[in-house]
Design a protein around this ligand. Sequence first.
Ligand code: 13P
Length: 263
Amino acid sequence: MSGSAITPWVVGNWKMNPMRADAKQLVQELKQLLQNQNIEESKCHIGVAPVALALETVQTQFSDCSRAVSIFAQDLSRVAGTGAYTGEISAELLKDSKIEYVLIGHSERREIFGDSPAVINEKIKNALNAGLTVIYCVGESLAQRENGQAEHTVLQQICDIAAVVQSEQWSNIIMAYEPIWAIGTGKTASPEDAQAMHAKIREGLSQITPAGKGIAILYGGSVKPENAVELAACPDINGALVGGASLNAEAFYQIAQAFANTK
Ligand code: 13P
């Protein structure tokens, strides 16, 4: 399977947004856009990652949508199962609530909340063992890019999880390359730079697992309708993880449409 034969994913990471009323309106608008002009499921998977508090509500709101919209948790506990762990949500609790997808390793978790590679590995292991599908986020800082360490950093982040992903579990991994300097800054990696890194990621994954050729690699960092077509045209960019623009239904819909039409 070549990179471009992979059905793309466009996933909105809502981060610590929005308030309840705005979330409800956002879902309604997105459902309406999809009903007016559907994006075929075979052409693009669509997902959203609301705050933990809203996961089940948003899931219910999308239950009568004209097509599937997958619901992603933004994070989960490093601890599995149930027990005396105040404030935590485990992989099993997500699964029990029919939340089948989760983001792990986002740079905001790594940088602001101190998620180390060891913690991330525990989260990945728990998620996969509970049967969840993971978007695993990798990406270099501006300093690492300027020092010529971008590729090394990203490949190391992939090698980190290889220790805990069983061979048959790679089919439940989706990758997201999110250069930290492009997140929320309005600066996007050029399609050439993004494609070059995605090709390296694909090469790295293929060395680790035969499943590597079929793993979707999403790009994240200031994706918007204005740059989505160019990014979608790159052979190893199999979708987008969208932050800011996913809080606008029309913009998010247009990004999904760009990937559905270009791939
Ligand atoms: P922005 O699209 O706001 O740059 O955020 C990207 C991101 O972090 C998605 O996970």
